[in-house]
Design a protein around this ligand. Sequence first.
Ligand code: UDP
Ligand code: MG
Length: 331
Amino acid sequence: MTRSNEHDPTRRVSYVLPVYNESANIPAFHAALVEATEDRPDLAFEFVYVDDGSTDDSLGELLELRRTDPRVTVLGLSRNVGHQVAVTAGLDAATEPDAVIVMDTDLQDPPQVSLEMLRIWEKGVDVVYAQRRTRRDSAFKRATAYGFYWLLDKVASIEIPRNVGDFRLMDRRVVAEVVRYRERDRFLRGIVAHVGFRQEALLFDRDERHAGTTGYPLRKMLAFATSGILGFSTVPLRMIARLGYALSAASLAGAAYVLWVRLFVPERAVPGWAFLGVGMFLLSGLQLIMMGVIGSYVGRVYVEVQQRPLYSLALAARGGSADRDRTASRR
Ligand code: UDP
Ligand code: MG
């Protein structure tokens, strides 16, 4: 592997850290991260915090970190674009890293685990993803997560590991590929799985949130699960055809039965109003559900075709100066 800078043998590791209303966590998180990374003075670290349009004082807290730690880069997104796009913004902005580590800023992902990831990466693994051995979430979240991963496993065109969030290390080669996926409806863990390279799991125990509340309420969780399934599976589309075949076969059988009654037991003919009524509703219901499935895909095509910029930066503070005029927008 060639290094980004031939004259400087120090390997660069960038942390990409999405932040949404985490002002109560930032100081503790950064202290824990700095303490953990002190174990590796041989590596050059960069901490890319991405403020995802927080409504609290997170941005102020982040800029405060820069006063004492010049390794901190702060990106401020112009509005809340969601965790997946915020991470993408951080990946775009990391300065020629040899490896990138993505982790949450609420101390649910222990910084020590990221050092273990570095050791595995140094053995030549390109992606080290943290897999939850245990998680201290509510029974409801655990159950829905289980159901989601089960379904994803059944329908996805590629194998997306279970119980894996976005806490992972990626080698620069992987990062270079991941940032080429510009789809709007992003399911990063699927994209990383799709990219390939050598990937390994690292088991860890997920902690509880240090402070604050989750930025993933049920509504966002469902939208996220839908992105995962629609983004990596055409099984729902194929099910339309399958159901169509099954219904046609059933209607043929029904027609044969009606004919048989007419010809051989005509005294039994006539009733069937209930059957017709129920059948009509059932069929229109099924049609509507199936049109809904088509609609979700058409909706995605529509959004992708629009090709709007993925995000607009309101601020990019890095290195020596915070230059508000030089905002960068990427597609
Ligand atoms: N986050 C974000 N944008 C959002 C929601 C969350 O950048 O719209 C960040 C959040 O600050 C945290 C990470 O993404 O660092 C994971 O979010 P959270 O902890 O709320 O999710 P959970 O761990 O409950 O799944
Ligand atoms: Mg969390």
